[in-house]
Design a protein around this ligand. Structure first.
Ligand code: FEO
Length: 405
């Protein structure tokens, strides 16, 4: 029944859209949904590249069967084992019991660990080639883009890179799957949000992978999420290079928590100080209201971060604590930082914010502001000065050279 969309000669899209899940990995919001991409290469031998999340297994198999009209799947190539892509391995194996599962040693160990499958497997090494007939598939191991077993598969015949999570984006594929047939403007911010939240920690590994891929020419990049890239390949590769070097655009993100408006007033004042230095790109997030995944995206996007927190039970405001932990886990590098806070009877938040910036090894403004109870004139002026200092440091910040390669 299904008419699958063709990407290149003999290569078909058999992935699915997920418009039901609220949170990716049960953490990251999905206002625009997400796609789980899978591709079928129909040659003398048939290869399926990755699967889809388990609850879409039935429709996934229907799509494959519609394309193959009674032929079998000879190989299942697993670029990435995270269950949003490997979840249908067991069901598809039931339909195609002779199908050989292809992966590197780490992949196959996870296939056994997650799904108890140990037979009919083929372990490949970095650079090895598998021939399907006309199509020659070369495997490039790219560990930690996003898990240790991740690899990419390059179809040398059609110059198609099956890239796993790399170059992926949130957002469903509505009607079409290739970028030249989609309104790509709705994906750029979603791609940044995907990068920052899902693979943001692995900048060094991504730099290594990009270096490894440099000699290859691509006509298509087929990621596991979001559009198939054809027209915008240069742009998306450049975006990944910039992201993974922790490049930030000129701009200041201010995150604050506030129970009764006192710390909020400080945030507004700090923003005014930033603006006095001619900065227009000022993004203010009330941590209790903004989506954490958007805050994290913006921390990756911009050079400077200023955080304000009230002291709460001798600690940071819990929501601020939580977002800082998320930033710390992702090991964001090379940012400018400033902080402020307020307290009623004993100060603790600003001290903890200073510990945070030491952990992150970022540049910090000399001044910080710590107000007891309501904002008064001396600290009002200090908030303006904090904004001005961060703006100056931000303008002087230069990108680190290639991070790890
Ligand atoms: Fe889309 Fe790392 O899985």
């Amino acid at each position: 029944m299904f008419k699958n969309q063709q990407i290149a000669a003999d290569i078909f899209y058999v992935g699915v859209n997920d418009r039901q899940k609220h949170k990716f990995e049960n953490m990251i919001s999905l206002p625009n949904g997400v796609s789980y991409n899978s591709y079928l290469i129909v040659d003398e031998k048939v290869a399926l590249v990755d699967t889809v999340e388990v609850q879409f297994g039935d429709i996934f198999i229907d799509k494959i069967q519609s394309q193959l009209q009674g032929r079998t799947v000879d190989y299942l190539i697993i670029n990435h084992m995270e269950p949003d892509h490997s979840g249908s391995i067991r069901s598809i194996r039931k339909y195609y019991p002779d199908m050989v599962i292809v992966g590197n040693s780490k992949t196959l160990s996870m296939v056994e660990g997650y799904y108890g499958v140990t037979d009919n497997t083929l372990e490949i090494k970095d650079g090895e080639i598998l021939s399907l007939g006309k199509h020659k598939l070369q495997f490039h191991l790219t560990p930690m883009v996003h898990w240790p077993e991740t690899m990419m598969t390059y179809d040398k015949t059609e110059m198609v890179l099956f890239s796993g999570d790399a170059f992926g984006s949130f957002g469903t594929l509505d009607g079409s799957v290739v970028d030249d047939k989609l309104d790509v403007n709705r994906y750029w911010d979603e791609m940044a949000r995907y990068y920052a939240n899902v693979v943001g920690k692995y900048g060094s590994a991504i730099q290594k992978a990009l270096k490894k891929l440099t000699p290859l020419e691509f006509k298509y990049i087929c990621s596991t999420h979001g559009p198939v890239w054809k027209k915008y390949i240069t742009e998306v590769v450049d975006m990944y290079d910039q992201f993974s070097r922790y490049h930030g655009d000129d701009g200041v993100v201010i995150i604050y928590g506030s129970m009764y408006g006192n710390t909020e007033l400080m945030a507004e004042t700090v923003a005014q100080g930033v603006a006095e230095m001619g900065v227009k790109n000022i993004i203010i997030h009330n941590v209790s209201k903004s989506d954490p995944s958007i805050i994290i995206r913006d921390v990756f996007k911009y050079k400077a971060l200023i955080v304000g927190s009230p002291t709460y039970s001798n600690e940071l405001f819990p929501e601020i604590d939580s977002i800082l932990r998320k930033i710390e886990i992702r090991q964001v590098k090379n940012r400018v930082f400033g902080c402020f806070g307020s307290f009623t009877w004993a100060s603790a938040a600003v001290k903890r914010l200073k510990t945070f910036v030491e952990t992150m090894k970022w540049q910090s403004a000399e001044i910080s502001v710590d107000e007891k109870q309501g904002l008064k004139e001396d600290n009002y002026k200090a908030c303006l000065e904090l904004g001005r200092q961060v703006a100056i440091l931000m303008k002087d910040l230069v990108d680190e050279p290639e991070h790890c390669v």
